[in-house]
Design a protein around this ligand. Structure first.
Ligand SMILES: [Fe+2]
Ligand SMILES: [Fe+2]
Length: 673
């Protein structure tokens, strides 16, 4: 059977899968179309690719696929990604970082969008937001689900999936049984599944769209509760039922029959029963027999095996084992004959079972905290150092392998007063300092920036794509936020190193060495910033290479006035640079690092007051002395100048003797001149 056309399952959401007769495990890719943008969800396997591709192309042009969501790393949902890439699609792979580690091995070349670095959200151009819900260990540590609030659709990946020998897109009536069977095999334990299902209870859901099995629209809470309470996986450990043994055989046979019917149909189940010498009502309740005993259990199991083979035995095995355990009856003979294991094997399994039970207990205790503690600093809540190393290796490795098509920047920040605060106030205050710094960093965080807590006094910020000038701006904002914060026990400052990946030498751009070198350069610049007096940003490893310094930056829009002042200052043997407006002055102050700035107050673009404020915000210009001059010299303007720490305010027209006198005076007082 081949499903040749896509099906709209919710407004703008299409099932775009392929189908194969009797494969038993249907895979469901979905396409979400939002205006001109499309998101492909769990695209599928190599086997389905041509059908899925045809379905997608019948709805949109493939270059509209901007994102591909991979809920975990299995081949039934990921292996077609390289085939989409080979057909020219350009998209980002949206997934958990743990999944990314494995998805790379399919040979994919697309960039990744790591959901944990984006508050588990993806915002589409229209503003529509998809949320990612963690489903750890169901059945991969980095498994996630996707929730679309607009249509209230939950893309649940393997959860809510089912074995489906006779697949239908909409869930059939007995879907619950099919679903249980799948989860018994593929999900690890009730302890793991329960909290995730409980987290879904409060979510408004109109449609569950799983990666296997069928769409669930009705009785959604009933399905969630069924999985919440399901005993599944290697940790099967159910309560023994208090039934006499004959009731046990009857209940077990009926339960297995019901499962068989859910997969192969009612009439097939009735036929098995007839061939075994029994009959049942339409609800598969076995009609009264004198005594239900092991013969019924054995014969019905034998007939099922005869008709559906080993595949059925294996499908039903978790259920049969659980029933035998619950009712304290032996396994059907067909199981002991066909799936018998040697004594030593049993011994090994029982040992393994013991250790699995112990592991289950540990897992249950640690599960909630495990993800957090493995990747985050307990103290600050930021990503920790092992995660940083891993993340940088992955990101920089991938970017350098592709010839630096993007240019990330790294900011490393060291708090300057750690030793002093430790000495004066003790370790607790240092911990508080780290916590407060993390809060400050998070408060300035923009989309795409990722923060880390590194060893000692270090923090880092990774910006996936930014011009270096922008990264320096971000670093200055951080430096200012810390230096002006009142959260600390006393004033705290930071020395900051900034590096952009494109600065690496060609021989350093090998994927194997690039991330180490990238981090090394940032650390080197932190040291330079410290050596130059702390509380500053360093973005250049060889400060000597910066343009030659000038003595005085003259900011004067009137050319004739500027000419006169320049002559006076040059006659005093000073090297003068000239700027005609506030913005140019700000840029030149950073570039030439003058010893003094002499500025008109009334300037185009940015007046003298704003210029001074901007200079104070930058670590390399904040200590340059500023002198004002203007025809405007009111009490108010002088007061503002004094508040800004301006050293002198000349009234225009200038008295040249006064100008010479003030500047000579400053030089003799050891100001920077
Ligand atoms: Fe899977
Ligand atoms: Fe799957």
């Amino acid at each position: 059977m081949s499903q040749s056309r896509p099906v709209e399952v919710a407004p703008g959401i299409y099932w775009v899968g392929g189908t194969f007769a009797n494969q038993g495990l249907q895979c469901n890719p979905y396409l979400l179309i939002d205006d001109q943008e499309a998101v492909l969800i769990d695209p599928g396997s190599i086997l389905d690719f041509e059908e899925v591709w045809g379905n997608v192309c019948s709805l949109i042009s493939p270059d509209q696929i901007r994102y591909v969501i991979l809920h975990h790393q299995d081949p039934d949902l990921c292996s077609s990604v390289p085939l989409f890439e080979q057909r020219g699609c350009r998209f980002q792979l949206v997934t958990h970082w743990r999944t990314k580690m494995l998805v790379r091995y399919y040979g994919v070349s697309s960039d990744f969008y790591i959901v944990n670095s984006h508050q588990n959200q993806l915002k589409l151009t229209s503003g529509r937001t998809l949320s990612f819900l963690p489903a750890p260990y169901l059945h991969f540590p980095g498994a996630i689900m996707t929730y679309d609030a607009l249509t209230q659709t939950l893309f649940s990946s393997d959860l809510f999936g089912a074995f489906s020998p006779f697949w239908t897109l909409e869930a059939p009536e007995d879907y619950l049984e099919q679903m249980k069977s799948f989860h018994e095999h593929y999900m690890p334990s009730n302890e793991v599944i329960r909290p995730v299902m409980e987290s879904l209870m409060g979510l408004p859901i109109l449609l569950i769209a799983p990666q296997h099995g069928s769409l669930i629209r009705n009785d959604i809470r009933m399905y969630i509760k069924a999985l919440r309470d399901l005993e599944c996986g290697a940790f099967l450990h159910s309560v023994r039922k208090n039934l006499d043994i004959s009731g046990g055989y009857l209940a077990s046979t009926e339960a297995v029959l019901k499962r068989y019917a859910s997969l192969y149909g009612q009439s097939e189940a009735q036929r098995v029963l007839l061939e075994s010498g029994f009959r049942a009502d339409p609800d598969l309740r076995i009609l009264p027999v004198l005594e239900a005993d092991h013969q019924m259990w054995d014969m019905v199991s034998e007939r099922m095996f005869a008709r559906k083979g080993v595949e059925w035995l294996m499908t039903a095995e978790p259920l049969v084992e659980r029933l035998a355990y619950e009712y304290e009856i032996p396994l059907p003979e067909v199981y002991t004959a066909h799936l018998a294991r040697s004594n030593s094997e049993l011994q090994r399994l029982s040992e393994e079972n013991k250790s699995l039970l112990a592991a289950r207990d540990r897992l249950a205790q640690n599960l909630i905290g495990v993800e957090q503690s493995m990747t985050h600093s307990q103290l600050t809540g930021l990503y920790n150092f092992p995660f940083f190393q891993n993340y940088l290796n992955e990101e920089i490795g991938a970017i350098t392998a592709k010839g630096l098509q993007t240019n990330p920047a790294l900011i490393v920040l060291s708090l300057d007063q750690i030793e002093r605060i430790k000495y004066r106030y003790g370790d607790k205050e240092v911990d508080q300092l780290f916590k407060n710094t993390a809060l400050l960093l998070e408060a300035t965080q923009e989309d795409y920036q990722v923060y880390f807590k590194l060893p000692g006094s270090l923090f880092a910020c990774y910006i996936p794509h930014a011009a270096k000038a922008r990264a320096v701006e971000v670093a200055e904002e951080l430096r200012n936020a810390i230096a002006s914060s009142r959260k600390f026990v006393e004033t705290v400052t930071a020395s900051i190193g900034v590096v952009s990946l494109q600065e690496l030498q060609p021989e350093e751009q090998q994927p194997s060495v690039a991330s180490n070198r990238f981090y090394e350069i940032a650390q080197e610049r932190v040291r330079i910033a410290k050596n130059k007096g702390k509380n500053r940003v360093c973005s250049n490893s060889s400060p000597e290479d910066t343009p030659s310094k000038c003595d005085i930056l003259l900011v004067e829009p009137e050319q004739t006035v500027a000419d006169v002042i320049s002559v006076v200052l040059e006659n005093m043997q000073y090297n003068v640079q000239r700027a005609t407006d506030g913005e140019i002055a700000l840029e030149m102050a950073g570039r030439y690092q003058p010893e003094l700035i002499l500025s008109e107050v009334m300037l185009p673009k940015m007046d003298g007051f704003s210029l001074r404020q901007e200079l104070l915000l930058r670590s390399d210009t904040k200590s340059i002395p500023v002198l004002y001059m203007s025809h405007l010299k009111t009490e108010e303007s002088v007061r503002r100048a004094m508040d800004l720490g301006v050293i002198h305010y000349f009234r225009k027209p200038l008295m040249l003797a006064e100008l010479r006198g003030v500047i000579s005076n400053l030089a003799s007082k050891g100001e920077r001149l």
